[in-house]
Design a protein around this ligand. Structure first.
Ligand code: HEM
Length: 420
């Protein structure tokens, strides 16, 4: 039976909204009191929320054909026919074309490039300067994804595309449009157009090139897709492939900054053997557990779905919460604690309880890439710089991804021979 949301619970949810400065607090309060299936009680916007391994399996695998990824949100307006927001055969066609460059067998080839792009950003750091790892992490992630997807060194373009990219992300982030879908979205047009023009220019240049580069963009061109459809896939990958990594880098620094004893152990590891970093890998996994950059999956129910706790009628909105699944105390010991060690001895929790990249046939295309990127970039940064967290408060902000706000301010000093 579906439990009701009582006025007391409403008050508790509101209190936690103020306390945590994010809707994650109220979601947790509802999960605690109502369970793994509830409906958000906002007039005009009342999506169902489900979480836990059983729900994840249903949504991502067994009942996925009852759901639509294509939605009525700004993200669909922005990405048009992008792989993330299409369904059925159309989706499968694009996905088939897009997977190859991100196959795990391709990853080793990206390492040197990832380091070279990281160094472009760190070359601007002055010794003792305070840097915001949310900002500089984004620069690194952007440079890496542009080089990977389009063989484009975007270093000199950053001043031109920075604001258009931030505005584009803001355009798809939760806002008043949730309650009032037709609210005028003023102030975005110029930025969206600038980013579009930038992408169409890259396509045009490539079409003119005689010696073709083998990369993601070329794959789409060779498949005979139109410029518009190529733009849609480019923008999808550009946003999905860098905003997530940005959040992951920033949260990892936030958590290492808040846990100096773990940071000290990670430093020992990266200063030792080259290449394999089991502790750093577990730090990345634990960061993705506590702060999954994509914290919910957004769906529209096309055909009635039945869960143990109740039904969701066709036509309703549904979110499956990765965040709540990752913090379920029935699954995770000390669920709220940062404890990379929990991943040290193989899996101890049920399948589909750890889903930072989603799951099933529409799991993240860039899962292996994103993890390899985080390992390479973080190891390189930690080997070469001393990072001291300035100790300011951080809260989780629900934007397009879950972001540490107001940023992650760290004092950076070059570690030369001393390796302190
Ligand atoms: C830390 C990094 C990343 C995280 C945490 C992440 C997370 C996710 C999640 C949870 C989904 C599934 C969403 C759902 O079920 O609704 C997803 C899908 C997707 N991701 Fe990622 N992602 C990351 C990096 C990347 C990268 C690097 C790329 C591209 C190079 C990428 C491209 C995509 C695409 C295109 C989809 C849609 C797949 C489809 O619908 O078939 N992601 N990602």
């Amino acid at each position: 039976m579906k439990k009701e949301i009582t006025p007391e619970l409403g008050r508790e949810a509101l209190f936690s909204l103020f306390k945590t400065r994010s809707p994650l607090g109220p979601l947790k309060a509802m999960a605690k009191h109502v369970g793994k299936f509830f409906q958000i009680p906002i007039p005009g916007f009342s999506p169902y929320v489900v979480f836990g391994p059983e729900a994840a399996r249903k949504v991502l695998v067994t009942d996925r054909n009852k759901l639509l990824w294509r939605n009525t949100d700004p993200v669909t307006d922005l990405l048009r026919r992008g792989v993330l927001v299409t369904d059925g055969e159309e989706h499968d066609h694009y996905r088939g074309l897009m997977e190859t460059p991100f196959h795990p067998s391709q990853l080793a080839g990206y390492t040197e490039m990832m380091i070279a792009q990281t160094e472009k950003v760190t070359s601007t750091w002055q010794d003792g300067q305070t840097v915001d790892m949310l900002v500089d992490g984004r620069k690194i992630a952007l440079l890496i994804i542009m080089q990977t997807l389009f063989n484009k060194d975007a270093w000199n373009d950053i001043p031109k595309i920075w604001n258009p990219i931030l505005k584009t992300i803001q355009y798809v982030s939760p806002g008043l449009w949730i309650l009032w879908r037709k609210i005028p979205r003023l102030g975005y047009g110029k930025s969206l157009k600038a980013l579009d023009e930038y992408l169409y220019e890259i396509i045009e240049e490539r079409r003119k090139e005689e010696r073709k580069t083998r990369d993601f963009l070329q794959h789409l061109i060779d498949a005979g897709l139109s410029d518009d459809i190529i733009r849609d896939q480019m923008l999808t990958m550009l946003i999905a492939g860098h905003d997530t990594s940005t959040a992951l880098f920033a949260w990892t620094f936030a958590l290492l900054g808040q846990h100096p004893e773990v940071l000290a152990e990670v430093l020992k590891e990266v200063d030792g053997a080259e290449g394999k970093y089991p502790l750093l890998d577990n730090v990345i996994k634990e960061t993705l557990r506590l702060y999954p950059p994509i914290h919910i999956g957004n769906r529209r129910v096309a055909e009635e779905m039945e869960f143990d706790e109740g039904k969701i009628p066709a036509g309703e909105r549904m979110f499956y919460s990765i965040y709540l699944t990752h913090r379920d105390p029935q699954i995770w010991d000390d669920a709220e604690q940062f404890c990379p060690e929990r991943f040290a001895h193989g899996r101890k929790t049920p399948p589909m309880s750890y889903i930072p990249f989603g799951g099933g046939p529409r799991a993240c295309i860039g899962a292996a890439f994103g993890q390899a990127e985080a390992r390479v970039v973080l190891a390189h940064l930690l080997k070469n710089f001393k990072f001291e967290f300035t100790g300011h408060p951080i809260h989780a902000h629900m934007g397009a991804t879950l972001e540490p706000r107001p940023g992650v301010m760290m004092r950076v000093t070059k570690r030369v021979e001393s390796r302190e």
